[in-house]
Design a protein around this ligand. Structure first.
Ligand code: AMP
Ligand code: MG
Length: 416
C-alpha cells in the first residue's frame, strides 16, 4: 500500500489516480470483527466468517448414475448375459448384497448393492418379468458414482470471506450444514446534505429538488446486505453536520454522506469533521465525481461523496462499495470487477481525467457483445445511470475507435 510521500492529501495538491485513491481507502479500514451463527435458511447474502467444512463424503456411498441394472460384471460370461432380477432398489433405499448370477433393478441415485461393480443402462437391456438380458460387451465399472467423488469428508466447501449466493447455500446444505458462522451485518448510517433537498411526497418549494441520492445509497446498501440507518436530510450548517456525524458514529460501523464535500461556504463536511474527528479530502482525477472525503469519528469511518447524483453513484461504486466489502470481511480482490468489451462507439475527444461513462451492453449483429455509451456526457443526467448496465472506463488521454476493447464495470458485478 502506498503512504503519502507527495503529501497530496491536502486540497489543492496534485490529484490522486483512481488506483491510488482506492489503495488508500482500503488501507484505512479493517473488517468488523463480530460474528454470529445463523440457520442456513437465513444465510443468503451474509459473509461467511468460518469456512464450511464437509463432515461427510459426497456421495456418501457408491450409487447408480442411471436407471438400469446393477450387476457383477464377471457373472455376464458364465450366465451368457441372462441374469435373474433378485431385487429392486429405488433411490432412498439400500438393497442387499448381490447374489452370484443375479441382477438388481436399480434407479438413479440409489446405493449400488454390495458385490455390484457395474450398472448397465435400462435402454440396452432386454427385460422380462424376473430376468434381464444384459449385453455381453457392457463396460465393467460403468455408471457408478463413487463415494467421495464430489467432496471428501473434512474438505472445505465454502471459504471464509465468501458472500453467500444461492449456490453456496446449496453446497453447504449438500454436506448437511444446518447452521453457519457469519459476520454480523454491517451497520451503515446515511445522510444527505443540502438545504435544497425535499423528500418525494412533499411539495417542492422554490429552488428545491428531490433527494435522489438517499434512495440510490439505500438501494445499494441493501443489495450489499447492510443494515441501514437513516440520518435524513442535513441542513447546510456546521452544527447540523456535526450532529449528524456524531449520531452516525454512535450507531454505525460506517457513515456515508452525500453533498457538502466541496470547500465552498455552503459545504460543511470538512470543518465539521475536523471538529469531531479527522478528515482527509482528496481530489481524484476522474470524471464525474472529483472530490471525495474520508474521515473518522472515533473509530467509525466516514465517506463523503459528491452531491451530484451521477457523481455520487460513480464514486460510490468505485470507492464506497470496495470499502463496504472490506468492512464486511469479504476475502480476495475488492476492486470492482472489470470486463473487456468491444466499443460500439467512437470517443474522439479524450479528457485529462479518467472518465467513467454510463454504458449499456448489447449483442452486436455478429452475435458478440458490444458497448453503447449514453449520448450525454453531462454528469447531471441521472437517467444515464438508469439506462446503463455499467460504467465504461476511458483512461486519461485515450482516443477510442469503434471496435477497440475497452474496460467495462458491470453494476451487477459490484454487488458480489
Ligand atoms: P454539493 O456536492 O452539495 O455541492 O451538490 C452538488 C449538486 O448536487 C447540487 O446541484 C445539489 O443540488 C445536488 N445534490 C446534492 N445532494 C443531492 C441529493 N441528495 N439528491 C439530489 N441532488 C443532490
Ligand atoms: Mg450542497
Amino acid at each position: 500500500m502506498t503512504t503519502d510521500p507527495c503529501g497530496c492529501d491536502a486540497p489543492g495538491r496534485a490529484a490522486l489516480t483512481k488506483v491510488q485513491a482506492l489503495e488508500r481507502l482500503l488501507a484505512r479500514v479493517e473488517p468488523v470483527g463480530e460474528t454470529e451463527t445463523v440457520a442456513i435458511a437465513d444465510g443468503l447474502g451474509r459473509i461467511l466468517a468460518e469456512p464450511v467444512i464437509s463432515a461427510i463424503d459426497v456421495p456418501a456411498w457408491d450409487n447408480s448414475a442411471m436407471d438400469g441394472y446393477a450387476i457383477r460384471h464377471a457373472d455376464l460370461a458364465s450366465a451368457d448375459g441372462r441374469l435373474r432380477v433378485a431385487q429392486r432398489i429405488p433411490a432412498g433405499f439400500a438393497g442387499t448384497a448381490l447374489e452370484p448370477g443375479t441382477a438388481a433393478r436399480i434407479f438413479t441415485g440409489a446405493p449400488v448393492p454390495e458385490g455390484c461393480d457395474t450398472v448397465v443402462i435400462q435402454e440396452v437391456c432386454e427385460a422380462a418379468e424376473d430376468w434381464v438380458r444384459v449385453p455381453l460387451d457392457s463396460k465393467p465399472g460403468a455408471n457408478i458414482r463413487r463415494i467421495g467423488e464430489d467432496i471428501r469428508a473434512g474438505s472445505e466447501v465454502v471459504a471464509a470471506g465468501t458472500r453467500l449466493a444461492p449456490q453456496h447455500l446449496g453446497l453447504a446444505a449438500s454436506v448437511g450444514a444446518a447452521r453457519i458462522h457469519v459476520r454480523r451485518r454491517l451497520r451503515v448510517a446515511v445522510f444527505s446534505s443540502g438545504d435544497e433537498l425535499v423528500m418525494p411526497g412533499d411539495p417542492l418549494g422554490p429552488g428545491q429538488i428531490y433527494n435522489s441520492n438517499r434512495f440510490m445509497l439505500f438501494g445499494l446498501l441493501q443489495r450489499l446486505g447492510c443494515e441501514t440507518i437513516d440520518l435524513g436530510i442535513v441542513e447546510d450548517t456546521l452544527d447540523a453536520t456535526e450532529q449528524a456525524l456524531r449520531r452516525g458514529a454512535a450507531q454505525a460501523d460506517l457513515i456515508v454522506g452525500s453533498g457538502g464535500v466541496s470547500v465552498g461556504e455552503e459545504d460543511h463536511i470538512k470543518t465539521a469533521l475536523e471538529r469531531v474527528g479527522t478528515l482527509e479530502l482528496w481530489t481524484i482525477a476522474i470524471r464525474p465525481g472529483k472530490p471525495l472525503a474520508f474521515g473518522r469519528i472515533g473509530t467509525t469511518p466516514f465517506i463523503g461523496n459528491p452531491g451530484n447524483p451521477v457523481s455520487l453513484f460513480v464514486t460510490f461504486c468505485l470507492f464506497g462499495i470496495p470499502v463496504i466489502r472490506r468492512l464486511q470481511g469479504i476475502a480476495g480482490d475488492l476492486r470492482p470487477p472489470t470486463l473487456q468489451v468491444r466499443a460500439g462507439f467512437d470517443w474522439p475527444r479524450p479528457d485529462k481525467r479518467r472518465e467513467f461513462h454510463r454504458a449499456r451492453l448489447r449483442t452486436a449483429e455478429d452475435g458478440s457483445p458490444e458497448l453503447l455509451v449514453f449520448p450525454s456526457r453531462s454528469s447531471a443526467v441521472l437517467s444515464s445511470v438508469a439506462w446503463a448496465d455499467g460504467l465504461v472506463e476511458i483512461p486519461e488521454g485515450r482516443v477510442i475507435q469503434k471496435g477497440d476493447l475497452v474496460d467495462f464495470i458491470p453494476f451487477e458485478g459490484l454487488l458480489g
